[in-house]
Ligand binder design. Structure first.
Ligand code: NAI
Length: 320
């Protein structure tokens, strides 16, 4: 007797599928995190012949040990993303030592402009998460190219910056990583803004536990965190990949987690026609709400400065 069963991951009566465009270093590790969370079926797509299929096959061979019964498939053909609930775009050039995220603007804008209309064609109901750098600029471009409502197009950047910030703070304090919570808004780049007044260790304001100098040192290390890794091993992988998977988890399970992420404000914080990192509630509708916080005068000034830098980069790609 022969039989073949097709398993699909079902949550609350709905089959869930996440597609990942770009099966490179971050895309493949992100897929493996999602697989280990048993979150959804996964489709990996990459233009490089064999790469996505090879990664998916490698992961499939781990599933009997992981207990993942869903679909994990790779393809060069983007039409396989059909019916995806969430499409994560991690395709494009990455930073090298000595380059900034903004240096990638024109190259990656062409890739995003190519991919987004195809996502709209094949998965018109999906949410789109952009990871490709410079992520604030690419998120805005994706929003414009997709024509989707602003809650359905967002980036991943602030959660990674927040993870770096909180991990470094926990090490400095000598406490569990779970204890430290904070927010990092603004640009995913030089213009990132760790919100010190909103950072606590189990509710205790960080300012009561560390000196001004200690906090300043950690803020600086957070800002250079990505390049510090790139200088040592060529690219950042694990921290971005788990940040993406954490956001995917909040969307698929409708967790309504509060995270900072590149999002498109419509007047919040006095900003419009831009994408940049803001605190939001992330759920099944994507951006459920942008949370407006009281900021200090310096933080407001820095947020406007970040917006100016991002707008200048956006102006370079509007014709693409
Ligand atoms: P990688 O070079 O390992 O992978 C990129 C993949 O994209 C390659 O496999 C390539 O074939 C594929 N690709 C290019 N054009 C494509 C297209 N039109 N369709 C499908 N696939 C395509 O690079 P890595 O390290 O995985 O980084 C990917 C991107 O993510 C970079 O732009 C990087 O800067 C960004 N990134 C963003 C982070 C964030 O916090 N937002 C964190 C880490 C990386």
């Amino acid at each position: 007797m022969t039989f073949a069963l097709e398993f699909k991951i079902e949550i609350e009566g709905k089959f869930k599928m996440i597609s990942i465009i770009g099966a490179g270093k971050v895309g493949s590790v992100c897929a493996f995190n999602i697989l280990k969370m048993h979150l959804s079926d996964i489709i990996l797509v990459d233009i490089m012949e064999g790469l996505a299929r090879g990664e998916a096959l490698d992961m499939l061979q781990s599933t009997s040990l992981i207990g993942f019964d869903g679909i994990i498939e790779g393809s060069e053909d983007i039409s396989h993303i059909e019916n995806s609930e969430l499409v994560i775009v991690i395709a494009g050039a990455a930073r090298k030592p000595g380059t900034s995220r903004l240096d990638l603007t024109r190259t990656n804008a062409k890739i995003i402009s190519l991919i987004i209309p195809q996502i709209v064609d094949y998965a018109p109901e999906c949410k789109i998460m952009i990871v490709t750098n410079p992520v604030d600029v690419m998120t805005y471009l994706a929003y414009k190219k997709s024509g989707f409502e602003r809650n359905r197009v967002f980036g991943m950047g602030g959660l990674l910056d927040t993870s770096r910030y909180c991990s470094y703070l926990a090490v400095e304090l000598g406490v569990s990583r779970d204890s430290v919570q904070g927010l990092v808004i603004g640009e995913h780049g030089d213009g990132m803004i760790p919100l010190i007044d909103y950072t606590t260790a189990s509710g205790i304001p960080i300012k009561k536990l560390l000196s001004k100098e200690q906090i300043e040192k950690i803020v600086e290390k957070t800002k250079t965190g990505g390049m510090d890794v790139i200088n040592l091993k060529g690219s950042t992988v694990y921290a971005p990949a788990i940040s993406i998977a954490t956001m995917a988890n909040s969307i698929i399970k409708d967790q309504k987690r509060i995270v900072c992420t590149p999002t498109i404000p419509d007047g919040e914080y006095g900003l419009k026609e831009i994408a940049l990192g803001l605190p939001i509630i992330l759920g099944n509708n994507g951006i459920e709400k942008i949370i407006e916080l009281d900021l200090s005068e310096t933080e407001k000034k820095n947020l406007l400065g970040a917006a100016t830098a991002i707008r200048s980069a956006i102006s370079q790609v509007t014709e693409i």
